[in-house]
Design a protein around this ligand. Structure first.
Ligand code: HEM
Length: 183
């Protein structure tokens, strides 16, 4: 399989980024839900949020890479068999997924940096707090982060259902080409 995208198929870089990001988003969502219920005496009380933040920042790096790669190696166009409504839905859905991903990550960053402290990434380096001290920053960003995370995961589920509908009902190659087997 080739690394770059072609007019007929996704290449390895886009496929790995797509599935890596998808797994990470669902994983971070689960981790987030679990960690907010931990009590002070749990051994994960501090390490789970630290892990959530470090993985979130790696996700941000992957999303930047994904955007750059999209520009360097444009994805294959939508299939000719799509009707106008499907085209609109796919473009809107993909655009919202990109937007939602960045919005969730940025709101999460703003929760952590509200008190002026940077974010440690696996003890390797620290991402500085560029924005802090806004009025009620931690509470507002926290609320926005929570609602956006639910919205993003719901949209991802709808997106996955659409991909499965293309595969099992329309029987086209939409899902196959994102799995790297378009024949
Ligand atoms: C958090 C989870 C997910 C996110 C954020 C996500 C995001 C995206 C985005 C932004 C695209 C547009 C192409 C691109 O620019 O890379 C895309 C394409 C695609 N996704 Fe996902 N995705 C997720 C999960 C899934 C799942 C679970 C499935 C399958 C069950 C799936 C199937 C597809 C397929 C088949 C395409 C290609 C559509 C086409 O070629 O027209 N995605 N995804």
């Amino acid at each position: 399989m080739q690394w770059h995208n072609s007019p007929a198929r996704y290449g390895l870089v886009s496929i790995l980024l797509h599935w890596g990001v998808a797994l990470t988003v669902f994983g971070l969502f689960g981790l987030g839900l679990w960690m907010v219920g931990l009590d002070y005496y749990s051994s994960w009380y501090r390490s789970a949020p630290a892990l959530h933040k470090a993985i979130g920042l790696c996700l941000f790096a992957a999303m930047l890479l994904r955007l750059v790669w999209r520009f360097l190696s444009p994805p294959p166009p939508l299939l000719d068999s799509y009707g106008p409504l499907t085209r609109l839905g796919a473009r809107l859905g993909h655009g919202l997924l990109y937007l939602g991903l960045f919005a969730v990550i940025i709101s999460g960053y703003l929760i952590s940096t509200a008190d002026g402290r940077g974010i440690e990434v696996f003890g390797l380096f620290e991402v500085p707090a560029l924005v802090s001290g806004l009025p009620n920053q931690e509470d507002v960003a926290g609320l926005v982060h929570e609602y956006l995370a639910w919205g993003l995961v719901s949209l991802s589920v709808l997106h996955a259902l659409a991909a499965l509908k293309h595969h099992f009902i329309d029987r086209d190659v939409t899902l196959k080409r994102m799995l790297g087997c378009s024949r």
